[in-house]
Design a protein around this ligand. Structure first.
Ligand code: GLU
Length: 887
């Protein structure tokens, strides 16, 4: 009995503890998933009693059509029954109708759908504000630097969604083209127009219901290829099958509100996946998710109203309103919660605020988050370059590139073979080898395509379009271009280049200089003018010094008549004339009859002979070189001189980077040269290097070309050479489409080739070894004879100077010694004797010297004034004493 009583008490307690059930109405039109998420959310609130003890919600779901009358009937029915809030419907018109009914009765109206209105009424819309969404696409396009793009749109709502982008339109810098998708089911017409207009950047704005079909058709039409960049505005992009686009190489970006990797999202979807008919969290669309969040938000707000809320019957024909509706609305606007669609929070205007959108990119591995945008800041890009490069490197594997080449030796050539060849085997050359090496490193395949007109690419100013190889790269007809393709600033604006694989500069190719006619004075060539002047100087100086030393040296005063034992006077052979004759005789290798006797004069003569020996030998040797080596003369030695030569034609490759260099230059000489080339375009601008070379060989024509190509030519054509240095410095690179994902891996690979010495090896192979390389090397190696200048023979002059100085000092010493001896012997003062001696020496016209008689001594004393200077033949002249008195 007691048991029964206790159970009864417990039962009543439980019944009394259960809060009153609260009806919430749901109106659903087309999308059944929204109804399901609504009901699941209500169920979940009732299940989470610990969280929402006061909200025992009961879902009152109703399917509605688009007829406002029918909808109002259903709403009236619900109101009469009593509802705490009405969720939905989705249709714009019926929703507005429901909103006005709810406003009248002050019943909260909650929904989650895109609305273009700039203000929010009393209803609560969980969908992000249209203006905010428009802003994010504007920011993405700014960061992507789209200058020209198409908007492929479904209806007028799309234009509201993208109105910020449309405001960017500017005739000069931003081109925006609108293409309506049309009514479907085929949207290809608009897409074909985009393709025909060659617009590569496309923003697609359409509902998720047709998005899959639109994308599929876009791919069929060919506007979802590697060259295209696509942005899809739908927040539900992630819910469709993106696999067909993952490997197409298209740069495909979108945004998402729901992050399927978030634990909250994953757990809720996992909980309801059967009810919602979903396999993965990423399949959850935004609107159903917003409905789920809307119920959760309502439950939280309801729970916050602590006092008991009575839901009351509100007949449509009455004038009663619900007193708690306004408070509930306010509570909902100030409640913050984390939902499936991120943070749910409203600003004062009633719009969702502080929510976050992920910018996603379709990659081979699926959708990758590449950026984050939250309402307060710009898009924060998450290591996009890293994402790109890793993907690009992966995507290079087994990828097949169309690579443009040009037939221009040695960069690209047709293989000569007896058997017929096909495909890539037909080509060989420096660039072909580089591609081969790169493909080995990066794992891509390739097909070469020859640019038959040899036009590498220049911009047509009128149409703003690019010609040649670069035109094809830009148009997406080829992936890469490699040849002697110069990296220039203008080209870099249109395409991307790898690091240069070869460095070079502009120079002149001209025929080899002609031989100079033999000169009348070519015998002077062995020595420079300076040496000749020094030589003359040395000759005069040495002759004079010899003359002076000769007079000073006592030994040079000799008895002219050996048979006369007591000569009246002594004679000196080094008269001024004889000195000159002695030195010239030595130079001419003929000698003279004059032979120095004194030690000092011999010292002097020896130095001079040594000097003559070296000088004459050098002269002879160098003269031989001058006579055997041909002296050549070029009509110009640099570009400035070429510009002045009116008789020589000159030009560069038509529309090549060299020609462009002259066109863009501000230097007056180059400007004039450009004018000349432009005026004589047909005659002086050959279409390729081969024709330029032929012109050099056949005409009086100088070809301005790149040093690397000149190097190749002069190895093989011995009649031509490079004249002057380089006018600039630049490099060749591999061209690819702007912002290509392959740039980074290709750059790295080119650098590796450079560092490993592979590029040097290849250059050696194709320049100096293959196809006649080195033919002209022997000729080119001929030495030019060079005149000897003072640097070469300065040492000989030094030896001569030392010899002259030594002999001079020795003579002075001899003289002083002799004067000393004489003064002692003659008993005169040293000074007196010295003065007398010097006076005689400086009397240069006198080559005979009277013999002095010793006072009071016999003539035959054997002591004479020449003692101390040993005559060479052991002959001691008999000195006749003479004095001034004798006269
Ligand atoms: N390398 C040049 C170019 O890329 C062609 C040769 C030249 O202009 O000298 O256009």
């Amino acid at each position: 009995m007691l048991d029964k009583c206790l159970s009864l008490i417990f039962f009543f307690c439980c019944v009394l503890a259960v809060p009153r059930s609260v009806n919430v109405g749901g109106l659903f039109d087309t999308d059944d998933t929204i109804r399901r998420t609504f009901e699941s959310s209500v169920k979940r609130v009732t299940q989470e009693r610990h969280k929402f003890p006061d909200a025992f919600l009961v879902a009152n779901s109703n399917q509605v059509d688009t007829d406002p009358f029918n909808v109002s009937q259903i709403v009236c029915g619900m109101m009469e029954e009593g509802v705490a809030a009405i969720f939905g419907p989705h249709n714009r018109f019926t929703s507005e109708h429901v909103q006005s009914m709810c406003d009248t009765m002050e019943v909260p109206h909650i929904y989650g759908k895109w609305e273009h209105s700039q203000t929010r009424g009393k209803g609560i819309n969980l969908f992000p504000n249209a203006e905010t969404l428009s802003m994010i696409f504007d920011k993405i396009i700014t960061d992507f630097e789209w200058k020209v793009f198409a908007i492929l749109y479904e209806g007028t709502d799309s234009l509201f969604r993208t109105h910020r982008l449309l405001e960017r339109w500017d005739t000069k810098s931003i081109g925006i083209f609108l293409y309506p998708l049309g009514t479907g089911p085929s949207y290809r017409k608009a897409m074909r127009q985009i393709k025909d207009d060659e617009i590569e950047n496309i923003l697609i704005d359409c509902s998720i219901d047709i998005l899959e079909k639109v994308l599929r058709q876009a791919q069929q039409v060919g506007i979802m290829s590697e060259k295209n960049k696509i942005i899809v505005t739908s927040l539900d992009l992630q819910t469709i099958d993106l696999e067909p686009y993952q490997f197409s190489g298209v740069n495909f970006t979108g945004v998402r509100l729901i992050d399927p990797e978030k634990p909250l999202v994953a757990s809720i979807v996992e909980m309801h996946k059967h009810e919602w008919n979903l396999n993965y969290p990423s399949q959850l669309r935004v609107e159903p998710a917003l409905m789920y969040d809307a119920v959760q938000l309502f439950a939280r707000a309801f729970n916050r109203l602590k006092y008991t809320i009575e839901v009351k019957s509100l007949p449509c024909n009455g004038s009663v309103s619900w007193e708690h509706g306004y408070s509930l609305n306010n509570f909902m606007r100030v409640t913050e919660m984390e939902g499936l669609t991120g943070l749910i929070k409203f600003d004062t205007a009633g719009f969702r605020s502080d929510f976050q959108l992920d910018v996603v990119r379709v990659t081979e591995k699926g959708l990758k988050n590449i950026g984050v945008w939250n309402s307060t800041s710009n898009v924060e890009w998450l290591f996009e370059s890293h994402v790109n490069s890793t993907n690009a490197e992966l995507s290079l594997q087994n990828k097949t590139f169309i690579i443009l080449i040009a037939i221009n030796p040695p960069y690209g050539m047709l293989k000569k073979s007896a058997s017929t060849m096909s495909g890539n085997d037909r080509y060989e050359g420096f660039c072909i080898d580089i591609i081969q090496e790169l493909s080995k490193m990066l794992g891509f395949n390739y097909t070469f395509e020859v640019q038959t007109d040899n036009q590498y690419g220049s911009k047509v100013e009128k149409t703003n379009k690019w010609t040649g190889m670069l035109g094809k790269i830009i148009a997406g007809e080829a992936d890469l271009a490699i040849t002697d393709l110069t990296i220039t600033a203008q080209r870099e604006e249109a395409v991307d280049f790898t690091m240069p694989f070869m460095n070079l500069g502009i120079s002149i190719l001209y025929r080899k200089p002609t031989k100079t006619p033999p000169s009348l004075f070519s015998f002077l060539s062995p020595f420079s003018a300076e040496v000749w002047w020094y030589l003359i100087g040395a000759y005069i100086f040495v002759s004079m010094v010899l003359f002076i030393i000769g007079r000073m040296c006592p030994a040079e005063w000799n008895n002219p008549y050996p048979c006369i034992e007591e000569p009246e006077e002594l004679e000196n052979q080094f008269t001024f004339k004889n000195s000159l004759w002695f030195t010239i005789g030595s130079i001419m290798q003929q000698g003279s009859e004059i032979a120095p006797i004194g030690l000092s004069t011999r010292m002097m003569a020896a130095s001079w002979w040594f000097f003559c020996l070296i000088m004459v030998s050098s002269y002879t040797a160098n003269l031989a070189a001058f006579l055997t080596v041909e002296t050549v003369v070029s009509p110009f030695s640099n570009v400035e001189e070429l510009a002045k030569k009116t008789t020589i034609k000159y030009g560069a490759k038509y529309k090549g980077s060299t020609f462009k260099f002259f066109e863009d230059s501000n230097y007056s000489t180059y400007k004039e040269m450009y004018q000349y080339m432009k005026e004589n375009e047909a005659d002086v601008l050959p279409p390729d290097n081969d024709i330029g070379l032929t012109k050099v060989l056949r005409e009086d024509y100088a070809f301005l070309m790149e040093s690397s190509s000149i190097e190749y030519i002069i190895e093989r054509y011995c009649n031509v050479t490079q004249i002057g240095g380089l006018l600039d410095a630049k490099g060749y690179g591999i061209a690819m489409k702007k912002q290509s994902d392959y740039r980074h891996p290709l750059n790295t690979a080119v650098l590796k080739l450079q560092q490993s010495g592979m590029l040097t090896e290849l250059k050696k192979k194709w320049w100096t070894q293959k196809h006649g390389g080195g033919t002209c090397r022997e000729d080119g190696g001929q030495n030019q004879a060079e005149e000897l200048d003072l640097d070469n023979v300065g040492g000989v002059f030094l030896v001569l100077s030392v010899g002259v100085a030594a002999s001079f000092f020795y003579t002075v010493f001899e003289l002083l010694w002799e004067v000393g001896c004489t003064s002692l012997r003659e008993n005169v003062s040293f000074k007196e004797e010295l003065m007398a001696e010097l006076k005689f020496i400086v009397k240069c016209d006198n080559s005979s010297k009277p013999v002095r008689k010793r006072k009071g001594s016999s003539n035959r004393s054997g002591e004479d004034s020449t003692r101390g200077c040993t005559p060479p033949y052991g002959f001691i002249p008999t000195i006749r004493t003479s004095s001034s008195d004798d006269k």
